[in-house]
Design a binder for this molecule. Structure first.
Ligand code: FAD
Length: 370
């Protein structure tokens, strides 16, 4: 007896990878069911509306790309605003512009010309240049010298990684861009912004007309869910998919503490990094500034880095040799299955949003158009 399944694709995960995949499949006349264990779509891009402000529930998300096709693709779904990421660093109460540029050098040393700034940086870094750096600290000192390293890099990096900079490998910092212009625009990309109305407008647009079930953990009902579709696209953790048979892949965690404040403007900028070790969080976000909000109140979020643990939400893959080798075992295992694995958790890879969209577009193009 031939049975036809209800859907062409079951897509596990309503983040950007799953949503773009579903959108592209639907365009080609395929039917999809998207499930997510969270109670909302959008994965880590999800925005929660609090006090009429789109709060980036899983940390600041700023869209940037050099790829005009990707920029046009997202803007066809929702117009983007012209937000420019220009974070501020707070070190022991003093404020500095990021990325490191002429404003920063003026704030650090009072210098007004690129030549003066270069002289100081060369002076401070030259004694570290003659030897092969043994750790992140030595690497950073040889690139930017003492003041920038001690005030703006050391504490932030140690909090992020939960380890002393002298215990971190030098390859984490390959280069530290120094800009000898008065330019606070963090990204070098041609296009950047925030979807007007928040990221749910983008993922909602992608998933329009597609069946979505929320609060559904695939592993709790795998057999029944698989039986509903001809094919499965999986965007969750690849090690979990294989029941951790080779071991667990590690991730750095994060905790987000959101606060509503009874004032209209707390810090005057969307992102302020706290670069000293003594302050336990790495940054404070003030969400209304992503969309130039004029609401009466404001919502801020403190981001606390956490040690990797299997109980926490996985945020940043720890792509060291051990984890990468482990991932290769899973990847090899997955190549023998028909399931499509995609996205940051299934590929154990840090993806920016434009990159994950690009990856899902490439996958669907290969699958449907060849
Ligand atoms: P996700 O968004 O994680 O989606 C995967 C979905 O799968 C999740 O919703 C999850 O609930 C679901 N899922 C997992 N397992 C199951 C299961 N068993 N059953 C059902 N559902 C399941 N990118 C930028 O371009 N700019 C930024 O400024 C930026 N900032 C970031 C800040 C932080 C703190 C983090 C962590 C990431 C940031 N990113 C940023 C990256 C961005 O979040 C990712 O590119 C994007 O979310 C990846 O999409 P995805 O679909 O692969 O994963």
């Amino acid at each position: 007896m031939v049975t036809t399944k209800k859907y062409d694709f079951l897509i596990v995960g309503a983040g950007l990878y799953g949503a773009v995949f579903a959108h592209e499949a639907k365009k080609r006349g395929k039917t999809c069911l998207v499930v997510d264990k969270r109670e909302h779509i959008g994965g880590n891009t999800y925005c929660k509306k609090i006090e009429k402000i789109n709060v980036h529930a899983y940390g600041a998300h700023i869209f940037h790309t050099n790829d005009k096709k990707i920029w046009d693709y997202v803007n066809d779904l929702v117009p983007f605003n012209r937000f420019t990421n220009s974070p501020i660093a707070n070190y022991k109460g003093d404020l500095y512009n990021l990325p490191f540029n002429m404003h920063t050098f003026y704030q650090l040393w009072g210098v007004k010309t690129p030549a003066e700034a270069k002289t100081i940086i060369e002076e401070q870094s030259k004694k570290y240049k003659n030897k092969q750096p043994q750790n992140l600290e030595e690497q950073a000192l040889s690139l930017v010298g003492e003041d920038i390293y001690l005030k703006l890099i050391k504490g932030y990096t140690e909090k992020q990684w939960g380890r002393k900079a002298t215990e971190l490998p030098s390859f984490i910092i390959k280069r530290l861009p120094l800009r000898f212009t008065f330019d606070n625009n963090y990204f070098n990309d041609n296009y950047q912004g925030i979807p007007i109305g928040g990221y749910n407008e983008l993922t909602g647009g992608l998933l329009e007309g597609i069946d979505v079930q929320l609060g559904v953990n695939y592993f709790k009902d795998k057999v029944a869910l698989d039986s509903m579709a001809e094919n499965t696209v999986f965007t969750g953790k690849i090690d979990e998919y294989y029941n951790y048979e080779f071991g667990k892949l590690e991730y750095r965690g994060l905790r987000f503490d959101h606060e509503i404040l009874d004032m209209n403007n707390y810090q005057g900028n969307a992102v302020v990094n706290y670069t000293e070790t003594e302050v336990p969080y790495t940054r404070i976000l003030e969400h209304k500034h992503f969309e130039f909000g004029q609401q009466k109140k404001t919502v801020i979020t403190k981001e606390y880095p956490l040690e990797a643990s299997s109980k926490q939400e996985p945020y940043y893959p720890i792509n060291d040799t051990q984890n990468n080798n482990l991932y290769l075992q899973y990847k090899n295992r997955a190549s023998k299955d028909l399931v499509i694995f995609g996205g940051r958790l299934a590929e154990y890879k840090y993806y920016d949003m434009h990159q994950v969209i690009g990856a899902a577009l490439a996958k669907t193009k290969k699958l449907f158009d060849n």
